[in-house]
Design a protein around this ligand. Structure first.
Ligand SMILES: Nc1ncnc2c1ncn2[C@@H]1O[C@H](COP(=O)(O)OP(=O)(O)OP(=O)(O)O)[C@@H](O)[C@H]1O
Ligand SMILES: [Mg+2]
Length: 390
């Protein structure tokens, strides 16, 4: 039986041909990060099959399902959408035991009226749950109540939640982040645990809480999963770090270039804030346009001024027509460099980064700030010396 036979409708791939415990992940951001985290955390517990990259649409989900070996113990599926009615048919094939909705945020906003509509589309993931299934929701998200209501209306057997809220089942008691990792204090099942995290970022810790919830619910080895978080690595384009040699010193590149929307921009700005910078070094945000923001575009770009200022970022290098809104919204004490195109900003960056700097690069995929990342990686070799020597 081939994938094409399945696609032609001859055979619909279904998860129940295997005894695997199935976890499905959706949300406006964090699907791939959470899916890869689950893959890493479940590895010690059995045979894991997970979506490749962001194979999360009407091609990627059936393909992932048809590739799943029958003897899989844990199947992890990323399910995405950019319009309503997209998740429903996919999740009915996947039939998860646990569905995670990471968060609801302004992504693909051009296709939706508001966040309520986005939440309703994400809620479709609950329609494919097995009879005794669990949904794990983000208790801190403003759409939590709407999603909980949808879960009740659908008769979902178990509704679990994660977040900082005192009511969360998997609760973030505290998080501290640094350059190379972080520590999450998490409370669940009547215990509070101190969990070292190999990759920094409060958003990564939030995803980890949801993942821990799923690990417990599918009966995997919790201690092994907790231990695996210490060796977690940020994914390419999603926080991966490079220390690059420049002159007789080095600078740090935080590659956030995979994609961007207001929620992931804020998360990346926090990462930059938490990164250690030596005396004389700068924290530089290199930002390109967020796409698919529709009529909200001007406001959401200008809206990045507040998180940048709150994070104390004094250098913002911006490219693209939408980023002009941010340029105009930033106060005078932020040093702004603005270029109309990503390639012009790339040339500027290549001539302007200095030893000691920490540079975070982010834009929507289509904007192409990944080209700046590639140019820096091609121009500057990996630094083998100690961090930030002058
Ligand atoms: N919980 C989170 N909150 C905010 N930002 C996040 C969160 N998790 C991941 N991110 C950031 O969002 C960006 C996209 O992450 P990721 O690839 O995991 O999302 P995705 O939902 O799979 O995206 P896509 O819809 O493009 O497949 C990355 O920059 C990542 O660092
Ligand atoms: Mg993805």
């Amino acid at each position: 039986m081939t994938f094409w036979m399945q696609w032609c409708g001859l055979v619909v791939p279904r998860a129940d041909r295997s005894a695997a415990k199935i976890i499905a992940v959706t949300g406006s951001v964090g699907k791939t990060t959470t899916k890869e985290m689950l893959r890493h955390m479940l590895q010690p517990s059995g045979r894991v099959h997970a979506s490749v990259a962001s194979f999360n649409n009407h091609w990627g989900v059936p393909l992932t399902l048809s590739r799943m070996p029958e003897n899989t113990d844990f199947g992890i599926f990323e399910i995405g959408m950019n319009h309503a009615d997209e998740i429903r048919p996919l999740v009915r094939m996947v039939r998860p035991h646990v569905a995670i909705i990471t968060t609801i945020a302004a992504a693909h906003l051009g296709n939706f009226k508001d966040l309520e509509e986005i939440a309703a589309a994400k809620a479709e993931i609950m329609e494919g749950l097995v009879d005794d299934g669990h949904v794990i929701l983000n208790r801190d998200n403003e759409q939590f109540e709407a999603l909980e209501k949808a879960a009740i209306a659908l008769g979902v057997a178990h509704i679990d939640s994660f977040g900082s809220s005192a009511k969360a089942d998997f609760r973030m008691v505290e998080y501290t982040g640094g350059s190379e990792g972080g520590v999450l204090w998490a409370a669940f099942d009547g215990k509070t645990l101190e969990i070292p995290m190999g990759a920094p970022g409060r958003h990564i810790a939030e995803n980890a809480l949801a993942a821990l919830g799923a690990i417990g619910l599918v009966g995997a080895n919790m201690d092994a999963a907790l231990g695996a978080l210490a060796t977690l690595q940020a994914e390419k384009g999603r926080g991966a770090r490079h220390r690059l040699a420049i002159g007789s010193g080095s600078f740090v590149l935080i590659d956030e270039s995979y994609n961007a929307n207001p929620a992931s921009m804020q998360a990346a700005i926090s990462l930059l804030k938490d990164a250690a910078v030596p005396d004389g070094g700068r924290r530089i945000a290199i930002l390109g346009d967020m796409l698919e923001m529709g009529e909200f575009s001007g406001a959401v770009h200008a809206g990045l001024a507040a998180p940048l200022v709150d994070a104390g970022i004094a250098d913002a290098w911006l490219a693209g027509p939408e980023m002009a809104h941010l340029r105009d919204a930033l106060p005078e004490n932020v040093r702004v460099e603005y270029r109309e195109t990503v390639d012009a900003l790339k040339e500027f960056a290549l001539g302007s980064i200095a030893a000691g700097d920490v540079v975070m690069i982010k834009s929507s995929k289509g904007t192409g700030c990944g080209r700046i990342v590639s140019a820096l990686l091609e121009t500057y070799p990996a630094s083998l010396g100690p961090e930030h020597t002058e």
